[in-house]
Design a protein around this ligand. Structure first.
Ligand code: MN
Ligand code: MN
Length: 300
């Protein structure tokens, strides 16, 4: 089992139990949130409800709720005083919960734009990838299956977004799970916990960074001189090495403090990622545990 790094008093069974519990909870929250996404509904309210329900269920958000629309593929999240509402959009909700750092990561696309085929392409790709999973499979084969399925629908997979392993307090641990055939890979082992997340688009099949940045993560703790930045840094401790949203922070001159911390390479930001040609994007994601003969989907 890869990526098991835990306090010494925890057994593998206890760790897996936490992953399983985080998965059940996040999937229940995803189902509730899916019902709430309608034209005219506020993005902020949907994100807030997801994050509040996460706490109520005894978990913590593993990262800010991503609500990415249309050409946005990932890393969009509402701002503190966001007034945006859903229109005729292709809406991706990507959410995660963790228990003691053990993360379940899942995403769904809600079609408010009459693009059901695009949504089906990524759902179907996820399903075919899951069917292939078992201990001993090369991740290269997963990428090939995803690419093939999405291409059959007449869309492109997004080549520079990938699935990933999950480790304690680490949302993007090895191995990388490609969404296209890349010609090399990693053999999955029994007990590996991985997130599979195909993206389908009618655009370029490649994302580029936008300007908006609302999500950050601590990368390295270093001394920082400016008192306002120092104060914010102490507030960030509770997220450890997991991503956090600007809207979660309190205090004065947050933009300034974030800028100082980013300049000192203490934190890094996640700009919104968009299809390079502005195409519409759909996404589907599950966290699974690899078993000898298959896998168990933790976020069903
Ligand atoms: Mn995700
Ligand atoms: Mn993920």
């Amino acid at each position: 089992m890869r990526n098991v790094e835990s306090p010494e008093d925890e057994t593998v069974e206890e760790i897996i139990e936490k992953y399983v519990r985080a998965g059940k909870i996040v999937s229940k929250i995803r189902k509730n949130a899916t019902k709430r996404v309608k034209i005219g509904e506020s993005l902020f309210e949907v994100a807030k409800q997801i994050e509040e329900q996460t706490i109520k269920e005894g978990c913590k958000p593993a990262f800010p709720t991503n609500i990415s629309r249309n050409e946005e593929a990932a890393h969009a999240t509402p701002t503190k005083d966001d007034t945006a509402v859903f229109g005729e959009d292709v809406v991706k909700i990507d959410l995660g919960t963790h228990i003691d750092g053990y993360i379940a990561d899942t995403a769904v696309t809600i079609d408010l734009a009459g693009k059901s085929d695009l949504v089906k392409a990524s759902e179907d790709a996820l399903e075919s990838a899951i069917k292939k999973l078992h201990a001993g499979i090369n991740t290269e084969e997963i990428g090939a299956t995803i690419e093939e399925t999405i291409t059959e629908y007449g869309y492109k997979p997004i080549a520079n977004l990938t699935g990933h392993g999950l480790a304690r307090y680490n949302q993007h641990a090895p191995p990388t799970i490609p969404n296209v055939r890349i010609g090399h890979g990693t053999i999955l082992e029994e007990g590996d916990i991985v997130a599979i997340e195909p993206f389908a688009t009618d655009g370029a099949g490649r994302v580029v960074e936008g300007y908006t940045k609302e999500i950050y993560r601590l990368v390295e703790e270093k001394p920082i001189r400016h008192p306002i930045a120092r104060k914010l840094l102490s507030q960030l401790q509770e997220y450890r090495t997991l991503p956090f949203a600007k809207r979660w922070l309190t205090g004065e001159r947050i933009d300034f403090a974030l800028h100082q911390l980013e300049k000192a390479q203490i934190i890094m930001g996640y700009p919104v990622l968009k299809d390079a040609d502005g195409g519409l994007v759909s996404q589907a994601e599950h966290t699974v545990i690899i078993t000898e003969n298959g896998c168990e989907v933790l976020t069903k």
